[in-house]
Design a protein around this ligand. Sequence first.
Ligand SMILES: Cc1ncc(COP(=O)(O)O)c(C=O)c1O
Length: 399
Amino acid sequence: MWYCLRMQRWWIDTSSEVEDSIVRRILSLAAGSDIISFAGGLPSAAHFPVREVGEVLESLAREPALVRKALQYGETEGYRPLREIIAESYQRKDGLPIQPEQVGITTGSQQAIYLLARALGQRPVVVERPTYLAALAAFRLAGNGIREIPLPEDGPEAGGLPDVEEGMCYAVPNFQNPTGITWSNEKREVVARWAKQRSILLVEDDPYGELRFRGARQKPLAAFAPAHTILLGSFSKILAPGMRVGWFVVPQEGEQLFAKLRSLKETADLHTSTFAQVVIAEYYRRGFAQAHIEAVAAVYGKRARLMRELLAEHLLEVRCTDPEGGMFLWATLPEGMRARELFHLALEEGVAFVPGDVFYATEPDERTFRLNFTAVDEAEMEEGVRRLARAYARARRGT
Ligand SMILES: Cc1ncc(COP(=O)(O)O)c(C=O)c1O
């Protein structure tokens, strides 16, 4: 749809904004009212590392040369010490021989998705079904042809992978948004083999991987198909989203792809906030990161368990996934019920979630919905699920 603004002088195409704005409406509806929201994808603000960030800022006040650097324009590819920290972390945790030159800093990992969508042009992008809504929006905006693959609870099956020869496969193999699903190592190998036999770039988006609260850490897709995988990461969920700092890691010998993404980024914002990058690098240099990640993952694990227990107690007929980490549960209503209808009744009862249909590129499963378990505390969660149960009972009765 084309809108004309200011006496036909400017034209704006709004056709791909639709789903995103529905979610924005849900989130703004839920914010600032007495609605208990399981809708957003927010980390727990009560657990932000406020004291540690304060200490970093105090220490910076004693280092004027570093502060000057932090306040100056920086390089498009990012602040070198932060790129080193990210590369070293992949070496230590996953045994991947990543070098700092392969790492590009972005304004949140969302920007990396956007840049990749632009770089892809008209080639097809394969996504999980369902998948992260704002990635779908970026692919739609860039005009990429979207193909969906079914997502069983341990990752995609070989039979579900499409016969495309080139393009990109965007996936969130750890604690996916929206489902909470984690791919098994076997499924990672299957998808890696499929990509390697074709000219397909795997985009492994992993903002939640560090937030594991049970089970063993899986190998990244990049370990199975190193020359075919671009890794995306973010400090949003392991430190704070307000920093707006994420990254991409191109394969070794991926200089051309790196240069392409860097030049696209340059036209978007020149570079990511140097100040935020310096603060994060100092936060890591002072050793605050690991303890914080462990503490937050433990809290989220308790909340995920509680939410599942409450759902089992109050909404027995609703099936839901059992995530090993991350921030979301994916629920499915019994045959014949629709999440959109439950959603309207839930708002009347004072609780919000995101209806699942927005996470599908085509033919949505209208019985599904996403619940966030990290942003509310335990008491609010209990009350929220009680309200949801009241809405569910009304939906069942048709009132
Ligand atoms: C799967 C996934 N990728 C990327 C992002 C973007 O995060 P950010 O831009 O804050 O790094 C999100 C945010 O919720 C997400 O769920």
